[in-house]
Design a binder for this molecule. Structure first.
Ligand code: SAH
Length: 216
């Protein structure tokens, strides 16, 4: 394994979970998953003291591992159930995908930067998490593998991509930050019928942008 997970890490994780509860995260399944996934393993060694702070952190290739509160908040909004088929757009470090796997979801994750895709595809199975990894442009989703019960987009989009909307099952939910210029609104899209969608807004966040195309 890349890095050990000992009592010290577990203690730091427990304090992070307590901090998330104070900030308003209530879903016990989400809190339990964050209490189990070793976040420090997703960051370069030497940054242990940062791993369990409630902060975003650089993971290379100009990208960041999302702040734990943001991961918890989005996962709570996603209403994940065991066996749910979930598409994640923006694998990044793989941390969010690991949290979803820990909750018993069947996870498909897509990343446009090859370097990050390759890293996550090696790391997650070492931790016992086995989502389906895809390298490509998540704007288009994964049409041949859909439809999905849930879709989570972990980069900021300027609008809800139509291709993603259409890959939700009826009754399915998508959580996606939407906006521009370093400010996004957390949006939940629910497919209520073949051509019907409702949207809810859940406050402001800051994400790296959802970009088109791939980086090799
Ligand atoms: N979920 C990640 C957060 C990563 S930040 C984690 O837990 O660490 C967002 C990621 O989205 C970045 O890695 C970025 O490269 C990726 N991304 C941006 N636009 C994308 C697109 N169109 N398709 C797939 N991935 C994309």
């Amino acid at each position: 394994m890349t890095s050990v997970d000992d009592a010290r890490h577990q203690g730091m994780r427990k304090r992070l979970v307590d901090a998330l509860k104070i900030k308003g995260i209530r879903d016990e399944e989400v809190l339990a998953a964050i209490g189990k996934v070793p976040r420090h393993v997703f960051m370069e060694s030497g940054f242990l003291s940062f791993a369990y702070r409630d902060q975003a952190f650089p993971i290379g290739a100009g990208q960041t591992i999302s702040q734990p509160y943001t991961v918890a908040f989005m996962t709570e909004l996603l209403h994940v159930e065991r066996g749910c088929k979930v598409l994640e757009v923006g694998t990044g470090s793989g941390y969010q995908a690991a949290v979803l796997c820990e909750m018993g979801a069947r996870v498909y994750t897509i990343e446009r930067q090859k370097e990050l895709y390759v890293k996550a595809r090696i790391l997650l199975p070492e931790l016992g998490y086995n989502p389906a990894f895809h390298y490509g442009d998540g704007y288009k989703g994964l049409p041949t593998y859909g439809p999905f019960d849930r879709i989570i987009v972990t980069a900021g989009a300027t609008e809800v991509p139509d291709d993603l909307r259409r890959q939700l099952v009826a009754g399915g939910r998508m959580v996606i930050p939407v906006g521009r210029d370093n400010h996004q609104e957390m949006v939940v899209v629910i497919r209520t019928g073949e051509e019907e969608f409702t949207t809810q807004k859940h406050g402001g966040f800051v994400f790296v942008p959802l970009l088109r195309g791939v980086v090799s």
